[in-house]
Structures are given as structure tokens and as C-alpha cells.
Design a protein around this ligand. Structure first.
Ligand SMILES: Cc1cc2nc3c(=O)[nH]c(=O)nc-3n(C[C@H](O)[C@H](O)[C@H](O)COP(=O)(O)OP(=O)(O)OC[C@H]3O[C@@H](n4cnc5c(N)ncnc54)[C@H](O)[C@@H]3O)c2cc1C
Length: 278
């Protein structure tokens, strides 16, 4: 088996194509979107996924294209800072998250805007201005936070990676990194099994299942902090965020939830040096 079809050129697909090629396979990548997307959202990127990007020679481009966050602020109605801490430099990102259990997610842009107006229309701070700006935009990133839990990550000759296999949701802040890890491991196991895909799919899933399940549980624990349901919950969340300003405390408090608890085996990449991007 030499030719491999990859469906989806998001994060996982191109990573898989890269490492399959490094292992000597011939990947073909297909994407249903007609062009590169112009919209999107900022993502955190760290850990093992970052290490894999480094091995792909991408860190320079990531640093150039990326935003270097200087400060995280949680504000009240009047714009006063309830909690926050300083990170690195430049740019501001506003995040609006609300809890609406059981609500139907509107698919039409005007209905999405109407839902935002309904939820935030009576709020203070910059909300009225931001809602006014909604009238001038033709594209909105509007989504439900959900996870994907598949009983198996493969069937027959087909295997799933990244969000398609195990979306951890934005609450994990790590989906891209995990997509890259899964792509890397699948390519490596296919190479190690000399293309015997049943063997490779089994090893790939055994290596990552427990680790991904732990990441999904950590994301669920974090949901309460992202959109607290009560005033007490809000105050507690703010207190915790304030405490993160104390050096070392964040790592102590949530270090176990964000640490990569999987060790990747040493793999060999026979074709890597023949074609790798400098
Ligand atoms: C708001 C938000 C914030 C996030 N924040 C972070 C963060 O801070 N850090 C982080 O690491 N991750 C974050 N994530 C998660 C991260 O974006 C995903 O986990 C990551 O994009 C998954 O990569 P993927 O390649 O598996 O899927 P995707 O990036 O979704 O790529 C899948 C691709 O497949 C294509 N496709 C779908 N169906 C077909 C088909 N039938 N044929 C061909 N192509 C098809 C799609 O068009 C798409 O291009 C966030 C996600 C959201 C929504």
C-alpha cells in the first residue's frame, strides 16, 4: 500500500500528508472548501503538537503569522476589570460565550445575529457597539461547543484523525495540537507496519485513546469556568483567574489538566531529508 487519500485540509490532513510523505507514501489531499478560508479564530498552540510543528520546520511561520497575547481581561458591565493577567505583547481578542442548553443553533446569519442581540442586547460595556457592528459583517463564526466520541477510530481501510475522531472542543484549547499528534502517530504507525493498515490503525488507537479521553474530561471540567451558571460561579472563576497572576500558581492549579501525558515512541522517517521544507 503506497497511495493514501486524505479527506480534509484543515490541521490534521496536511500534517498527515507531510509525515506520510516523509515515510515514503504517496498521499493525495482533498478538501471540500473551494479556497483558503479568510475567517477563523485565534488558537492557543503548545505541547507535543508544537514539538511536531517544530520538527516540520513551521515554528518561524507560526511565530510570524501568530498573535502574541499580552493580557487576558474579564470585564464587568461597565468595562471594569473583574479579573485578568498579563501574557505577552500586542492585539486584543474579545470572546463571547453563553450557555444555552437545549437551544437550537440557527444556521442563517440573520438569525445568528438576532440570537446574539437577544443574549447580549441589554448588557453594558462595549456590547451595544459590538452588536451594532454586526450589521456590517457578512460572515460570523457562530458554533455550539461539542465533543466527538467515536467507539472506534477506524473501520476497514478508513481511519479518522483530529476532530473527526475525537474533537475535544475549544474548551481544551488543544484541538489543533491533538490533530497534529494524531496525524503524526498514524503516519508513523503506517510506516512501522509497512503499510499493513489494520495493524497500524490498532496501534495508533491504542497509543492515543486514553490520552485523548483524559483531554476530553479535562475540557468538560473547564466548561464550568468558561460559562459559569451562577453569580457564585462567576465570582469563583474571577478569583481563580486573578490568582493566575501569581507566578507559578496557574501551572500548579491546572498543570495536570494541560500537561501532555503521552510519550511518543521514536519513529524513523526514511524519506524526510529528501524533500522536507527547509
Ligand atoms: C472557537 C474555537 C476555538 C478553538 N481554540 C483552540 C485553541 O485555542 N487551541 C487549539 O489547539 N485548538 C483550538 N480549537 C480546535 C481546533 O480548531 C480544532 O481541533 C482543529 O482545527 C482540528 O483540526 P482538524 O484538521 O481535525 O479539523 P478541521 O480543522 O475542522 O479541518 C477539517 C477539514 O476537512 C474539510 N472537510 C470536511 N468534510 C469534508 C469532505 N467531505 N471532503 C473534503 N473535505 C472535508 C473541512 O472543510 C476542513 O477544512 C478551537 C476550535 C474552535 C471552534
Amino acid at each position: 500500500m503506497k497511495s493514501i487519500l486524505i479527506s480534509g485540509a484543515g490541521v490534521a490532513g496536511p500534517t498527515l500528508a507531510y509525515w506520510l510523505k516523509a515515510a515514503g507514501f504517496q498521499p493525495t489531499l482533498v478538501e471540500r472548501a473551494p479556497a483558503l478560508r479568510s475567517g477563523g479564530y485565534a488558537i492557543d498552540f503548545w505541547g507535543l503538537g508544537y514539538d511536531i510543528a517544530e520538527r516540520m520546520g513551521l515554528i518561524g511561520q507560526i511565530n510570524t503569522a501568530g498573535y502574541h497575547v499580552r493580557q487576558l481581561r474579564i470585564v464587568d458591565d461597565a468595562g471594569g476589570q473583574r479579573a485578568g493577567f498579563t501574557l505577552h505583547d500586542n492585539r486584543t481578542l474579545f470572546l463571547f460565550v453563553f450557555s444555552a442548553p437545549g437551544a437550537c443553533l440557527p444556521a442563517i446569519l440573520d438569525q445568528q445575529k438576532a440570537m446574539l442581540r437577544d443574549v447580549y442586547g441589554r448588557d453594558g460595556w462595549e456590547c451595544p457597539h459590538i452588536l451594532d457592528e454586526l450589521d456590517r459583517i457578512g460572515e460570523l463564526y457562530f458554533d455550539r461547543v461539542s465533543q466527538v466520541k467515536m467507539q472506534n477510530w477506524s473501520r476497514g481501510r478508513v481511519a479518522l484523525i483530529g476532530d473527526a475522531a475525537f474533537c475535544v472542543s475549544l474548551l481544551a484549547g488543544q484541538g489543533s495540537a491533538l490533530a497534529m499528534i494524531s496525524a503524526y502517530v498514524l503516519a508513523a504507525e503506517l510506516a512501522a507496519a509497512h503499510g499493513q493498515y489494520e495493524l497500524a490503525f490498532g496501534r495508533y488507537e491504542r497509543l492515543l485513546r486514553g490520552y485523548i479521553a483524559a483531554r476530553q474530561r479535562a475540557a468538560q471540567r473547564f466548561a464550568g469556568a468558561f460559562a459559569p451558571k451562577t453569580r457564585f460561579g462567576l465570582s469563583f472563576r474571577d478569583l481563580v483567574v486573578k490568582a493566575f497572576a501569581i507566578p507559578g500558581l496557574a501551572r500548579l492549579a491546572i498543570g495536570a489538566d494541560i500537561a501532555d501525558s503521552v510519550q511518543l515512541p521514536e519513529y524513523s522517517w526514511p524519506s524526510l531529508n529528501q524533500w522536507a521544507i527547509a
